[in-house]
Design a protein around this ligand. Structure first.
Ligand SMILES: [Zn+2]
Length: 726
C-alpha cells in the first residue's frame, strides 16, 4: 500500500500532495543468481557521474568504460552516501550506511571489527580475494583490508608534505592486480581495484596532459580509463568468454566550482554525491535504469551475481539490483523506523568532514522519489539537506540544484526531514557514543578527558558551510601557497583564517606549520601552546606541538602532552608518542609504543624510522642500521631515516658510507641543519675537504640566521674553526 507522505500543502500553488513513490515496475531482465564465476569491482576515485562518455559527456575520453556501458547495465541515477574516500568505500564494501558501520570520515575512523565485509563474504564462499589500492585514505590501517588475502597498499607512506596524500599510479595498481589475477586463474576470484588519478591535484600523464591541456581533470579521467582498459584486457577481453561480473563506480565526484566548492567533502550536491555505476557481464543485455539506486546496493548485487549466500552479511542495508524492489516495501515518514524507507529507495547521505576537521555544521540529508497526487507532476526525485539553513531541491526539474524549495514547499521539506534516520544524528548525543565512536572521536582530539579540541554542541547559520564557502576557498589558497613553499603568503593567509574564525583549530595549525617552515620555532610554539590551552588544538596540532617541544629539548613536556593518547590505535599518534619517548631516553616504553604502531599498520616506515632512533639512543648501532634500512625499504624518500642510517654507520667506523647516507638525507631535505652539521664535520675529519668545505660554509651561513636566535651558536663556532683548518 502506498502511504500518504504529505498532506495538502497550503503554499504549493496546485495544493499537491506527495507520496513516496514505488519503484517503476519495468526493470531489465537479469540472468538467474550465480551467473558470474568471478567478480571485479573497480572504484575510480573522484570520478564525477557526468565525466564519462557513456553519460553523454562529449569532451571526455573513456572508450573502455564506454565499451562496458554499451553492453552492460548503466544506472543513470546512482548516489553514494558519503563524499570522502574512506567512508564511501566502507559503504560499498559493507552494504551499510555510514552510521551503521561507523566510519564517518577519512582520518581517525577505523572499520569496527564486528562489521561484515564483502571480502569476508566472498572468502567464506571459497573465493580468492585481493585488493589493490592507490592511495593512503584506503590504507590497511583503516580496516578495509579485513577478509582480503592480499591487500596491496604499497604506495610510499610517511614522507608527504603538508596536505598531500601518498598515492601511486594506476599503471602500478593494475599491474599488481593483473599478476594476481593470472596466479589464480583456476579459482573463483573477487578482485577490488582502486584508481586515484582524478583526485586533485590534476596532473595527468602523457599523452593525456597534452590532449587535455585545458581540462586536466578530464585528462586524469582519460588516464584512469586507459588503466581500466589494461585491466579489462586481462579480466574481460573483448570477444573472448570471461564469465566475470565487472562493476565500475566512483566513491564520490568532484565539485569543480559547483556551488563555490572546488574539490569534494564540503557539500553533498550532485557534483560530488552522484556517482557513475555500471555492471558488465557477457550474460547481461544492454540496459539503462533510471530508477534511483545507491552504493549500499552494490554489495548485495555482486553477491547474488556470484551466487554467494547473504547469511554471512546479515546487516546489509541495500538490496540486489537485479530486479525491481518488491511491491509493498515502500516505507514512509511516520513509520516506526525511518530506515524502512531506505529499503524502498530513499538515499541517506552525509558530509561530516568539515564538522570534524573545522567545527562547521554537520551536513546530513536524504533523497527520495515522491509522487504528486494532484496536478500532473508525476514522479519526482526530491533532495533534502539538513543544515542550519535547510535546503530542498527537485532533482527531476532542477538538476543544478539552483532553486531551494524550502520556502515554497515547507511541508515536503518536513516530510523528507522525517526520513532522516534517528541513528544518523551527529554529533552523537552524550551517552550514545559507543566504544568505536569514542575511540574515533578521541583520535581526532575530541572527547579527550584532558584537553584537546571539542565539537560544538549547537550550530547556527554562521556555521552553515554555505556561509563559509569563502573561508573554504581561503583554506584551499593557504594550502596551495604552503605546498608551493610561498611561506610569507601562507603566513598571511593563516593569520587571516584565525581572524575570520578564531574558534577553528585548523587556523592555528596552519600558522604554526608555516612558522616552523620559516624557522621561527619559538613563535610557532607560542601559537600552538595558546591553542592547546584554549582547547582548540586538533590532534594534528597536538602531535606537531609534541614534536616541536621535543626538538627544542623540552622532552618532559612533549611526553606529558602525548601520554593522554597512550591508548590510541592510530599509527601516526603512536609514532609521535614513540619518538618523543625515545628522545626523552625512555627507550623501553618507546619500543613498546612503536610495536603497537606496527601492529596497526605493519607497512609503516615512520614506526621503523623511530625504532632506528630508539636504537641510536641505546647506542645499539647495528640495530639502528637495520631499522633504518627497513624504513628505507618501505620508503626511500625518508630524509630522517637516511640521517639515522648515517649516524649508525659512522659509529660502526664506516665513515664513507655514513657521508653517503647524509648526502642522501640532504638531497631530500636540504634544510635540515643537524644533518648538514653531521656531514660537514665528519667529512672534515675524514679528509674530504671537497665535501666538507661547501657544507661547513652553508652551515655557518644558515645556522647563524637571526630567526634561530643562537640555537646553533656552539656548532657555528666549531664549524668556523674547522673551516680555518681546511
Ligand atoms: Zn575519494
Amino acid at each position: 500500500m502506498t502511504v500518504l507522505l504529505l498532506a495538502a500543502c497550503q503554499s504549493a500553488p496546485d495544493r499537491e500532495s506527495v507520496t513516496v513513490a514505488r519503484q517503476p515496475a519495468s526493470w531489465p531482465e537479469a540472468p538467474g543468481p550465480g551467473f558470474a564465476r568471478d567478480v571485479v569491482l573497480v572504484t575510480i576515485d573522484t570520478l564525477r557521474a557526468d565525466a564519462v562518455g557513456f553519460a553523454g559527456n562529449t569532451q571526455a575520453e573513456t572508450p573502455h568504460l564506454d565499451r562496458l556501458a554499451a553492453s552492460g547495465w548503466v544506472f543513470e541515477r546512482a548516489h553514494g552516501h558519503s563524499v570522502m574516500t574512506l567512508p564511501s568505500h566502507a559503504n560499498l564494501l559493507t552494504g551499510q550506511l555510514p552510521f551503521q558501520h561507523g566510519v564517518r570520515d577519512n582520518a581517525g575512523f577505523v572499520l569496527p571489527e564486528g562489521v561484515a565485509t564483502a571480502a569476508e563474504a566472498f572468502a567464506g564462499a571459497g573465493f580468492r580475494t585481493a585488493a589493490f589500492v592507490a592511495a593512503f585514505p584506503l590504507d590497511a590501517r583503516y580496516g578495509l583490508d579485513r577478509g582480503f588475502e592480499v591487500y596491496d597498499d604499497s604506495y610510499p607512506e610517511g614522507a608527504t608534505r603538508g596536505f598531500s596524500v601518498a598515492e601511486r599510479s594506476g599503471a602500478e595498481v593494475v599491474a599488481g592486480a593483473i599478476a594476481w589475477w593470472r596466479q589464480h586463474r583456476d579459482e573463483r576470484r573477487f578482485l577490488w581495484v582502486h584508481l586515484y588519478e582524478p583526485h586533485a591535484p590534476y596532473e595527468p600523464p602523457e599523452p593525456f596532459a597534452g590532449r587535455f591541456a585545458g581540462a586536466p581533470y578530464l585528462g586524469e579521467v582519460a588516464a584512469s580509463d586507459a588503466y581500466v582498459g589494461r585491466l579489462l584486457a586481462e579480466v574481460a577481453p573483448a570477444g573472448a568468454p570471461s564469465n566475470v561480473l565487472v562493476v565500475v563506480t566512483s566513491d564520490h565526484g568532484e565539485a569543480l566550482g559547483d556551488h563555490g566548492e572546488d574539490t569534494h567533502g564540503l557539500f553533498a550536491y550532485e557534483a560530488t554525491l552522484a556517482v557513475p555505476l555500471l555492471f558488465w557481464s557477457e550474460a547481461l543485455e544492454e540496459a539503462r535504469v533510471e530508477a534511483p539506486v545507491r552504493h549500499i546496493d552494490v554489495l548485495p548485487t555482486m553477491l547474488e551475481a556470484a551466487g554467494v549466500d547473504g547469511a554471512s552479511t546479515p546487516d546489509i542495508a541495500g538490496r540486489s539490483l537485479w530486479r525491481a524492489p518488491a511491491p509493498g516495501t515502500a516505507g514512509a515518514a511516520g513509520s516506526e523506523n525511518a530506515l524502512t524507507a531506505h529499503n524502498a529507495g530513499a538515499t541517506y547521505f552525509e558530509a561530516l568532514h568539515t564538522n570534524l576537521q573545522r567545527g562547521w555544521a554537520p551536513l546530513r540529508g536524504v533523497i527520495a522519489p515522491v509522487r504528486s497526487e494532484a496536478g500532473s507532476g508525476g514522479e519526482r526525485l526530491l533532495k533534502y539537506v539538513s543544515l542550519p539553513l535547510p535546503e530542498l531541491y527537485d532533482l527531476s526539474a532542477d538538476a543544478a540544484e539552483a532553486r531551494n524549495l524550502r520556502e515554497s514547499n515547507p511541508a515536503a521539506l518536513a516530510e523528507l526531514a522525517a526520513l532522516l534516520p534517528a541513528e544518523s544524528v551527529w554529533p552523537p548525543a552524550a551517552g550514545a557514543v559507543n566504544e568505536d565512536e569514542r575511540r574515533a572521536l578521541q583520535s581526532l582530539g575530541y572527547l579527550s578527558s584532558s584537553g584537546g579540541a571539542r565539537l560544538p554542541r549547537t550550530y547556527g547559520e554562521q556555521d552553515d558551510p554555505k556561509r563559509l564557502v569563502e573561508l573554504d576557498r581561503m583554506i584551499q589558497t593557504y594550502s596551495e601557497a604552503y605546498q608551493d613553499g610561498r611561506l610569507e603568503r601562507a603566513e598571511a593567509l593563516a593569520r587571516a583564517l584565525i581572524e575570520r574564525r578564531p574558534q577553528m583549530g585548523l587556523g592555528y595549525f596552519s600558522l604554526a606549520q608555516t612558522l616552523l617552515d620559516l624557522g621561527r620555532v619559538e613563535e610557532a610554539l607560542r601559537v600552538m601552546i595558546d591553542a592547546e590551552r584554549r582547547q582548540l588544538a586538533p590532534l594534528t596540532l597536538q602531535r606537531q606541538l609534541a614534536l616541536t617541544l621535543s626538538q627544542v629539548g623540552r622532552h618532559g613536556d612533549a611526553v606529558r602532552l602525548m601520554e593522554r593518547h597512550a591508548d590510541s590505535r592510530d599509527p601516526d599518534t603512536l609514532n609521535v608518542l614513540g619518538l618523543v619517548l625515545a628522545e626523552a631516553g625512555e627507550t623501553v616504553r618507546a619500543r613498546e609504543v612503536l610495536q603497537r604502531s606496527l601492529e596497526a599498520d605493519g607497512r609503516n616506515p615512520e614506526a621503523r624510522q623511530n625504532l632506528a632512533l630508539t636504537a641510536l639512543h641505546e647506542r645499539n648501532w647495528p640495530l639502528g642500521e637495520g631499522e633504518a634500512r627497513t624504513a628505507l625499504g618501505l620508503n626511500a624518500g625518508l630524509s630522517l631515516a637516511w640521517n639515522y642510517l648515517g649516524i649508525a654507520l659512522f659509529n660502526q667506523q664506516r665513515v664513507g658510507d655514513a657521508i653517503g647516507a647524509w648526502q642522501q638525507s640532504l638531497e631530500l631535505d636540504p634544510g635540515d641543519l643537524d644533518v648538514l652539521y653531521n656531514l660537514a664535520t665528519v667529512a672534515a675529519g675524514a679528509g674530504r675537504p671537497e665535501v666538507a668545505k661547501p657544507a661547513l660554509e652553508r652551515f655557518v651561513r644558515e645556522a647563524s640566521a637571526p630567526a634561530l636566535s643562537g640555537r646553533y651558536a656552539a656548532e657555528v663556532a666549531a664549524a668556523r674553526s674547522l673551516l680555518r683548518g681546511l
